[in-house]
Design a protein around this ligand. Sequence first.
Ligand code: S3P
Length: 438
Amino acid sequence: MTHAHPARFKVESGGALRGSIAIPGDKSVSHRAVLLGSIAEGTTEVEGFLESEDCLATLNAMRQMGVVIERPGPGRVVIDGVGLHGLEPPAGVLDMGNAGTAMRLSMGLLAGQRFDATLTGDASLTRRPMERAATPLRLMGARIETDGGRPPVRIAGGAELHAIDYDLNVPSAQVKSAILLAGLYAKGTTRITEHAPTRDHTERMLRSLGVAVGSDGGRVSLAGGQRLHGGRVEVPGDISSAAFFIVAATLASVGAFVIEDVGVNPTRTGILEILKLMGADIRLTNPRRFGDEPVADLEVHARELTGIEVPRALVPLAIDEFPVLFVAAANARGTTLVTGAEELRVKESDRIAVMATGLNALGIEAEPRPDGLRIVGGAVHGGRIDSHGDHRIAMAFAIAALKSTGAIEIEDVANVATSFPGFATLARRAGLAIDEVR
Ligand code: S3P
């Protein structure tokens, strides 16, 4: 499959954004729609589903466990839910590809099944830490083995789960969600205490499918045994994908650049807060809701940016947006300092190291720290970047070309399809001089 994807982006310097775009559906919400729709009773109809490799990995895994899922048209998915106890043993290993969300949420879902299952993934995913999810699930009674903390993950069926009261020591929505999903199968009420808010799409979608989920000052709770009822899920545009265009339009746009139908769940809008602190002009218009998720159009005007010390409290709320935020910082006047972001080291790549190396290659002073990065804004040169197969690194450096003095070539970009199929085409239409080289 990979050979059909471009190997490289070549982005000429300059250009400016104009007009408006709509971006593909939210990755986090799309994963959850398939997982929760599968264990609901009755039919769940999803609109705006992100047809990316990551979300299709989740969809295929659920099909392998006997769930009938149809895709009647673009962005449309119809799931014939089997109920909490209707999944069937998969015939083989479940391959989650590049998708951490697919793997960690599935660990929670599978912990309470009657059958055994094994989860694996690609070269990036099999390097990522899985004990953070396995540990609390074991406390609930699950029988899970990892390979030295990493995939493949083996989950033994038939475990009797019981509720736990868990202190979420890593700010991770994936771990929180894994515990909540296992909590559906556990005896008693599962409680999770969060020290910093992380994305709450699981809680919202569970509620919209009829499950009572408590949330009170950083404490999330759910009683086991509750049944889900199929329903309609309308997926908002992914703010993490919009982020590339928000930064792009801030760097170079003609008039107002509009991004339509963007999910603005407050646990995801750290990018907007951080950019505004740097001087960006981003206006939310036409606020409305897609189910339980708030949505708006974003109107962005070009502005000069200033370096800041990013407030630590905003880090988990912008965790996926740091690659492109670092590009914004490289173009800002003065120094930007990010701390408290050690999670960036265990994403699809080590995003602190890979971004520092890439920015250095373009002539920018970027000094990695154990938990962040210090970037001194300056003149971005042209050059060649290795994305290390990380979709968001590849897209972030494409945006950097808007203000660079020469062309930027980015290697190893096939994985852009894991979260943002059609990125290059959309970016070209919006005003970037980007070509895909196959
Ligand atoms: C996600 C949670 C975040 C995020 C990832 C998607 C989710 O990961 O980085 O892209 O859908 O729950 P962590 O929970 O590991 O921070």
